[in-house]
Design a protein around this ligand. Structure first.
Ligand code: NAP
Length: 241
């Protein structure tokens, strides 16, 4: 096995498109998808069924031991949720916790075990965290989403800084994918205006055909995977590639 790609949230949307693009690109790539359901069947694809808002530590401890690539090990923390869209003071406390578990705790725990397993100088380790523009500015109704994506950006910065201090070849990026035509966007468009003032903007954007396809975004992310040295800085936006 030359290269192995661990992708969370591989069952649909951006994660699925990226998994399929990686499998199609090179006959030596192996993909391990982690989500609650699966929709990919391929001889070089393994599925790990897990709810990462609950089982991230167990998954992280188990999966990396099982794969020993000779060239590249890549972790894509892509699974994410908007969480409960409503103003603070009206949120469900359980949903707050589940969203933070999935959006920031799971990526942190997976990065910890991934670095322990692969940052030993024998393979090229690469971590891509799928973040959002909403981690860079506040959006009403999305407090947990904004805060967890902002934390994901800082986690990525700290990991990249530590890699530099250690003289490791590990590369870490936090990537904004733009507005992408996935189930997450249909959820956004169906929000009540009182819980999220920008709902009409997203409805209009869909009507005007302003959303990128998951396949196009996967193609942009592949550019970074194949050429990480040509990307400067931790925070990246696929619309600028
Ligand atoms: N779409 C956009 O416009 C947009 C914009 C900015 C950032 N993003 C980010 O891009 C990433 C992918 O989003 P998307 O639009 O492709 O979303 P999506 O279509 O809703 O897909 C989300 C993926 O995450 C998985 N997932 C959700 N909850 C999970 C859980 N508890 N445990 C394990 N897996 C779980 C889902 O699989 P299962 O349901 O099978 O578990 C699915 O494969 C997210 O991090 C999102 O924040 C998206």
């Amino acid at each position: 096995m030359k290269s192995v790609f661990f992708i969370t949230g591989s069952s649909k949307g951006i994660g699925k498109a990226l998994a399929e693009a990686i499998l199609a690109e090179n006959g030596k790539n192996y993909v391990v998808g982690i989500s609650r359901s699966n929709s990919i069947k391929h001889e070089r694809f393994d599925f790990v069924e897990a709810d990462l808002s609950r089982d991230a530590e167990e998954v992280a401890i188990q999966i990396f031991k099982q794969y020993q690539p000779s060239e590249k090990a890549v972790l894509v923390n892509n699974a994410g949720t908007l969480g409960h869209t409503a103003y603070i003071g009206e949120l469900d406390n359980k949903k707050i916790q589940q969203a933070f578990q999935l959006n920031i705790t799971a990526p942190a725990v997976l990065m910890n075990e991934f670095i322990r397993a692969y940052d030993h100088g024998k393979v090229e380790p690469l971590i891509l965290n799928i973040s959002s523009g909403a981690g860079k500015y506040a959006v009403d109704g999305w407090s947990g989403y904004c805060a967890s994506k902002s934390a994901l950006d800082m986690l990525s910065h700290a990991a990249a800084l530590e890699a530099g201090k250690k003289g490791s070849s590990l590369k870490v990026f936090s990537i904004s994918p733009g507005v992408v035509d996935t189930e997450m966007q249909s959820e956004i468009r169906s929000t009540d205006q009182k819980d999220f003032s920008r709902v009409q903007y997203f409805q209009q954007l869909k009507k005007e055909g302003g959303l990128a396809s998951p396949e196009a975004v996967a193609g942009q992310i592949l550019k970074l995977i194949n050429n990480p040295d040509s990307f400067e800085g931790v925070l990246q936006d696929v619309r600028e590639f």
